[in-house]
Design a protein around this ligand. Structure first.
Ligand code: APR
Ligand code: PHB
Length: 395
């Protein structure tokens, strides 16, 4: 099979799917190429806190009907430290801003359904992908699809294939600069069909380690515990999980915590990572392919959305006059916003986690900073402003 398109999108996670929707509305023809099946893509559980800017993009695309019906609007969250909860009033601190709790899986599903209803070209379960000509006049992509060769010619390639994808690795070592920080712990996550312990999220700093009480709906909870980086998941029965979580909560939350069988349990490593530049020749990276944030503060998906919004604008401008300045500007614009979110996610992670068993000094410093955060309006406004998302226009 052979196809010629303006843009080939590699990867059907949120970045690739959203870019497809934006390009479709801009009248730019494209294909979407994914290694996994749609069912596999939908089975991955990821964070679920959407910034207003993310909701705005989905609103503009007309893809937010279910989000507004099923998503939970949150006007604040709690910080729990030294055994007490303190509310961060997002709405009061940011002049009316809020976030929406709606799982990334649901965003992905809404985007997939839109694509299917419009009959847009998608190839799932593609094997043996290779990409040539990124530094030439035309790109050629070869792969195997349903047992037969697939060949695609494109003007530009959007590398939306995640952290472990192929695209970033196509940028020559002499050009690519990477920045990385790996944390000495991971998050053990449990999904359970029990009522959330609170109406809002609770971020917990305790001498025994971080915990997070989140949710997917009013009847489905998502909880996390900080665990050592090389933790063996088989050592975590549901009973052990609930008992360790309860131990990190305040007495009232511990009493009200509803427990039940887990429907998903997994450990995610924590990493900060940025690759620069996000453009090389005819390749443009977006989302996790270019950067990773640790999940504290849930910036990963929101950052992917702002990348893709800037990318759709850059591609639209490029197809009008073929001026490379639009593509270079894309990378510069994204990286400004990326580093702001990297800083916030690193800071929030550093503030909330236990870094070593003997780090009592650091624990005291964290508690002093948290106390300052909840008492000083300047400090809590800075937290709130970042949590609801810095303006996309700043980039
Ligand atoms: N060929 C085709 N597809 C590939 C290849 C390849 N060689 N390698 C990876 N992929 C696909 C993966 O199977 C995955 O579906 O690319 C997709 C990348 O999706 P994500 O990892 O979800 O990355 P992204 O779309 O940038 O999403 C960013 O989602 O992953 C979370 O935490 C992340 O919230 C952030 C957001
Ligand atoms: C989640 O619900 O999975 C979640 C929420 C907030 C975070 C991280 C993850 O900061």
């Amino acid at each position: 099979m052979h196809q010629r398109v303006q843009v080939a999108i590699i990867g059907a996670g949120p970045s690739g799917l959203l870019l497809g929707a934006l390009l479709d509305r801009a009248g730019i023809d494209h294909v979407l190429i994914e290694r996994q099946s749609p069912e596999y893509v939908l089975s991955r559980i990821r964070a679920g806190v959407l910034e207003q800017g993310t909701v705005d993009v989905l609103d503009q695309l007309g893809l937010s009907i279910r989000l507004h019906r099923e998503g939970l609007v949150h006007h604040g969250f709690d910080l729990l430290f030294e055994g007490k909860r303190h509310r961060i009033d997002l709405q009061a601190l940011t002049r009316g801003k809020q976030v929406v709790v709606y799982g990334q899986t649901e965003v992905t599903k809404d985007l997939m359904d839109d694509r299917a209803s419009k009959g847009l070209s998608s190839y799932y379960e593609v094997e043996g992908l290779s990409i040539q000509g990124l530094d030439a006049d035309q790109v050629e992509i070869n792969a195997i699809y349903q047992g037969a060769p697939l060949r695609i010619h494109a003007d530009l390639v959007a590398g939306c294939d995640g952290f472990h994808g192929l695209c970033r690795k196509l940028i020559p070592e002499s050009v690519l600069r990477t920045y990385e920080k790996v944390y000495p712990f991971g998050w053990l996550g449990v999904l359970a069909d029990v009522k959330p312990v609170s109406d809002e999220l609770i971020y917990v700093n305790s001498p025994k380690g971080f915990a997070l009480c989140s949710m997917r709906s009013t009847t489905r909870s998502r909880y996390y515990l900080q665990v050592p980086a090389n933790e063996d998941i088989t050592a975590w029965s549901d009973d052990r999980f609930w008992s360790v979580l309860s131990d990190r909560l305040d007495p009232q939350a511990a009493k009200e915590l509803m427990t039940g069988p887990s429907i998903e349990k997994s450990i995610a490593p924590l990493r900060s990572f940025v690759a620069e530049p996000m453009r090389w020749g005819r390749l443009l990276l977006a989302g996790d392919a270019a950067h990773i944030v640790p999940p504290t503060g849930a910036k990963g998906l929101n950052l992917a959305v702002s990348d893709v919004r800037y990318l759709a604008e850059a591609l639209t401008a490029w197809f009008k006059d073929h001026h490379d300045k639009h593509l270079d500007r894309y990378s510069q614009r994204c990286l400004k916003r990326v580093w702001r979110a990297e800083r916030f996610s690193w800071w929030f992670t550093s503030l909330m986690h236990r870094f070593a068993d003997d780090a009592d000094f650091e624990q005291k410093i964290q508690e002093a900073e948290l106390d300052y955060l909840v008492r000083s309006q300047a400090a809590s406004s800075a937290l709130a402003e970042n949590y609801v998302g810095l303006p996309m226009e700043w980039s």
